[in-house]
Design a protein around this ligand. Structure first.
Ligand SMILES: NC(=O)c1ccc[n+]([C@@H]2O[C@H](COP(=O)([O-])OP(=O)(O)OC[C@H]3O[C@@H](n4cnc5c(N)ncnc54)[C@H](OP(=O)(O)O)[C@@H]3O)[C@@H](O)[C@H]2O)c1
Length: 300
């Protein structure tokens, strides 16, 4: 199969391109700056910006399947960039769906997120929800994935967690967390457990028209996941609740320190990020056989 992975140079995209290449597919990775990414030699690189239809349209020619991954990071964009969620997630999806329809692509896999809904609490999730609607209303054979936080080599979660500590509480064993001290729950999923499901979804007709909510084998609070990150470094920390209004006051400070973070991101830490039902069984995967975050970090 010829597969175009739009956003194929990002964290999930690089693993997916490798998986598809290993399975013998002809893979093309499209991104704004595709040249430095660590991709197998067999993967073709194409340059394009999903917000500019003319820059991406040609890459869809001759493709059997398309995967749409581009995103603004939910963690690293300031308030001033909130309208960009619509531009990239929604506009980028509209352009990609249009190009896929134009070129008779058979299968379209959309990467969404848990809680995606046009009425959701954050700009990120509202734009993701509207993008899902565009895909569902298309003439394409689509599959939608809503994963919890994905971890693995090259992820942002551990980096983000340690960086915030350096900024907010350097040199002391305290860690201030919003959301009542990190009460929101996540079901972190290992990227190497996740990408084979994406590849299966492209290959198997039984997945067409499905929305899959997926997570890893255990539910962790943000507090527990944060503690694991430091435990892996042999450090013990005490989590202290950071009231949301206080956290918002700190946002400009973070921005000034070169760590732009907006209220959209903080509000995202205030509610659970777990699947209603873990749909990994649709891919023959036993949740108990999946990798835990603690095992990955070497603390179990
Ligand atoms: N990682 C997670 O924990 C997680 C959890 C839930 C959902 N998701 C979703 O999964 C998807 C992939 O996540 P990820 O962590 O792999 O993201 P990522 O590492 O930030 O990768 C994003 C990819 O999209 C490309 N891209 C960004 N803007 C683009 C544009 N305007 N035009 C063309 N390409 C563009 C980037 O390359 P360039 O910058 O070179 O263009 C990169 O290849 C996203 O939709 C994200 O919302 C991720």
């Amino acid at each position: 199969m010829d597969v175009l992975v739009v956003g194929g140079t990002g964290f999930i995209g690089q693993y997916l391109c490798r998986e598809l290449d290993d399975r013998g597919h002809e893979v093309t990775a499209l991104a704004r700056n595709p040249h430095d990414a660590d991709l197998p030699t067999g993967v073709t690189r194409k340059e394009g910006d999903v917000t500019d239809y003319d820059s991406i349209e040609g890459a869809f020619e001759g493709q059997d399947a398309v995967v749409f991954l581009p995103a603004l990071s939910p963690l690293f964009k300031p308030d001033s960039g909130n309208e960009m969620h619509e531009v990239v997630h929604l506009g980028g999806t509209e352009n990609s769906v249009r190009a896929a329809e134009e070129h008779g692509v058979d299968r379209f896999l959309q990467m969404s997120a848990l809680g995606a809904d046009r009425n959701a609490a954050t700009h990120y999730l509202r734009a993701k929800g509207k993008a899902e609607e565009v895909v569902e209303d298309s003439d394409l054979d689509w599959v939608i994935f809503r994963p919890s936080i994905v971890f693995g080599d090259g992820d942002e979660f551990a980096y983000f967690t340690k960086r915030l500590k350096q900024i907010f509480a350097p040199g002391v064993p305290l860690y201030p967390l919003p959301g009542g001290g990190g009460k929101a729950h996540f079901q972190l999923i290992w990227v190497e457990d996740f990408v084979p499901m994406l590849a299966d979804a492209l290959e198997g007709d039984e997945h067409v028209g499905q929305i899959y909510e997926v997570g890893g084998p255990e539910t962790l609070s943000l507090k527990e996941a944060t503690e694991l990150v430091f435990e892996a470094e042999g450090k013990s920390i005490t989590i202290v609740p950071l009231p949301m209004p206080l956290a918002k006051i700190g946002l400009p400070v973070l921005g000034a320190l070169g760590f732009p973070m907006g209220s959209d991101q903080y509000e995202g830490l205030d509610f659970d990020n777990t699947p209603r039902e873990n749909d990994v069984g649709a891919f023959g995967v036993d949740p108990n056989a999946m990798r835990t975050y603690g095992d990955y970090l070497g603390v179990e």
